[in-house]
Design a binder for this molecule. Structure first.
Ligand code: SAM
Length: 228
């Protein structure tokens, strides 16, 4: 979220949107609200947070690609009144994401989306949520930071390229010539970071035909040769 706010500022935006797909009890959304405040204090960029969920827990799995050995209908039901009472500014969008995303941008007119946490668990739900990248460019930053929750786990979870979120991303990339969702190569070593699991869960959606995709953001323009 912080990185996307910094990118937005370099591109001349004063507001961004951040989304959580899959809210459940709301712990993640409440954390995103907190980070939104910290991000605004740090960058001056206002962050509008949206949370998408059925409000009733997981729908029924469609087939083996939804990994029904991990998730079933009704898991992670939300206590809607309790969460609404707790939220300060985040907006809840309730219903199946296949429906609620259809006219989301046109209806809500959100500031450009800069960060998305994908935590819908299922392949089928993630396929639906990834359609967010097909909305008009004015609702998106040219590079959108993404967190995918269900890509890294132990042998019994067995995340793989043929089911779940990993398959949804793989298929999305195969179907979109001008949009690619890619891991950030070397993220775990950047700024002397110690490798952490979340480094494997961060991707960037590249919108190659976005009018701002090539707009310079680097402050580095010279590399002078120093004295001997
Ligand atoms: C693992 S939970 C999310 C946990 C949450 N991110 C957190 O940090 O506490 C997955 C959520 O995705 C939601 N979900 C799955 N498929 C969905 C769909 N097609 N439309 C809307 N919500 C969906 C479920 O209702 C469930 O609450």
């Amino acid at each position: 979220m912080l990185q996307s706010a910094m990118l937005a500022r370099k591109l001349g935006h004063s507001r961004i949107s951040c989304i959580e797909f899959g809210v459940a009890g709301g712990a993640g959304l409440v954390a995103m609200e907190r980070h939104a405040e910290a991000t605004r204090a740090e960058t001056g960029v206002e962050v509008v947070v949206f949370g998408f969920d059925t409000g009733k827990g997981m729908p029924a799995p469609e087939d083996y690609r939804d990994m029904p050995y991990l998730w079933q209908a009704g898991y992670f039901a939300m206590d809607v009144p309790k969460l609404r009472a707790r939220l300060k500014s985040a907006r809840l969008v309730l219903g199946d994401v296949t429906e609620t995303l259809r006219n989301f941008a046109e209806q809500e007119n959100p500031p450009p989306i800069g960060f998305i946490a994908f935590d819908l668990d299922y392949y089928s739900s993630t396929v639906a949520a990834l359609k967010i990248f097909e909305t008009n460019h004015r609702y998106l930053l040219p590079r959108v930071a993404c967190y995918f929750d269900d890509m890294v786990g132990d042998i019994d979870w067995a995340y793989n390229d043929f089911t779940g979120e990993l398959l949804a991303v793989k298929e999305f990339n195969a179907q979109h010539k001008d949009i690619k969702i890619a891991p950030v190569s070397g993220l775990r070593f950047s700024n002397r970071r110690i490798p952490q699991i979340w480094h494997e869960q961060i991707f960037v959606a590249h919108l190659f035909t976005h009018p701002d995709y090539g707009k310079p953001i680097s402050e580095l323009t010279q590399l002078p040769l120093g004295a001997d």
